[in-house]
Ligand binder design. Structure first.
Ligand SMILES: Nc1ncnc2c1ncn2[C@@H]1O[C@H](COP(=O)(O)OP(=O)(O)O)[C@@H](O)[C@H]1O
Ligand SMILES: [Mg+2]
Length: 287
């Protein structure tokens, strides 16, 4: 049985880095992994296969051709299979529609069965043009979704709307949060508290680390380049959790906050930050 995992979050929050490192950690544990990049940048597998550009599903769709599996699958570290949906905007198409068509082609090619993948990891674009994408993702029969957030307010806003759209998808049995690129315990608490507000589990809290930058500069995952680092250990822990939980996904679905609730919650943290940084208590009164 293949488990399908999707990674959501605001652009720049660290989805692609996480998808690649998670795939590398799962592969290192002997699992067959297919990494599917749905972002227009077609960059999900870069850290895995090292190539700058690979033929994308959209390249074929645009030409009206049906690719052979070998044309679009590029293998990299530990034989991880990478596929990219591609850049539909370059052809002046609607991104949501073309991602949908590409995912449909992926299913038609029966790639998952052909590759006998244990896990499929989808790197979902951060800015989805329209809500129609939800119906395409529905058809993938995703089981597990991770929503990535940093300690930035805007990434909490995005996480909150992803919670809302994932809740509309059928078949998803687990949605949890991952805090990424966190600068210290204040941001860890910030993510932890957001999770409790939306009734979500925290699957991992990953610090901001130069090891990630370092690996990125060499075009590799942390798992491959710095296997003994603390950062690699955190990605492995997440992969292990995915393997252990398999078939027991009972996290329940988080509930999004309304915009008013989100603003109120943010201001509460603003008060705490104010006290810490400026010695200001409550409504801006300095002491
Ligand atoms: N834990 C981390 N620590 C430091 N830098 C990180 C971390 N995670 C991601 N990054 C960096 O942040 C940038 C954006 O990450 P990326 O994975 O491309 O985000 P996304 O796919 O969500 O747009 C990259 O330069 C990446 O190396
Ligand atoms: Mg990305």
């Amino acid at each position: 049985m293949t488990e399908q995992i999707a990674i959501y979050g605001k652009g720049g929050v660290g989805k692609t880095t996480l998808a690649a490192n998670l795939s590398a950690a799962l592969a290192e544990m002997g699992k067959r992994v297919l990494l599917v990049g749905c972002d227009l940048k077609a960059d999900a597998g870069t850290l895995i296969h090292g190539s700058e550009q690979i033929p994308t599903l959209f390249d074929y769709l645009h030409r009206g051709e049906v690719p052979h599996i070998d044309d679009i699958v590029v293998h990299g570290y530990r034989d991880i299979a990478c596929v990219e949906v591609g850049d539909s905007l370059a052809e002046d198409d609607c991104a949501t529609k073309s991602i949908g068509r590409a995912l449909e082609l992926l299913r038609k090619l029966d790639l998952v069965r052909h590759l006998q993948s244990d896990y499929v990891v989808y790197d979902i674009p951060g800015e989805l043009g329209c809500s129609a994408i939800a119906s395409h993702l529905n058809a993938l029969a995703l089981q597990r979704t991770f929503i990535v957030t940093s300690g930035d307010l805007m990434s909490f806003y995005a996480a909150n709307s992803f919670i809302r759209s994932v809740a509309r998808q059928s078949g998803v049995t687990s949605t949890s949060l991952i805090g990424n690129a966190l600068a210290g315990s204040f941001e860890e608490s910030f993510v932890g508290d957001f999770a409790s507000q939306v009734h979500a589990q925290v699957a991992g809290l990953i610090p901001r680390s130069l090891v990630v930058r370092h690996s990125e500069l060499y075009g590799k995952t942390v798992i491959e380049l710095s296997p003994d680092s603390t950062q690699a250990r955190l990605y492995r822990r997440l992969a292990q959790q995915i393997i252990t939980d398999r078939g027991h996904l009972l996290d329940g679905m988080p509930k999004p906050l309304s915009v008013t609730e989100l603003r109120k919650w943010a201001q509460g943290w603003g008060d705490r930050l104010g006290e810490l940084e400026f010695g200001i208590i409550q409504d801006g009164a300095g002491i």
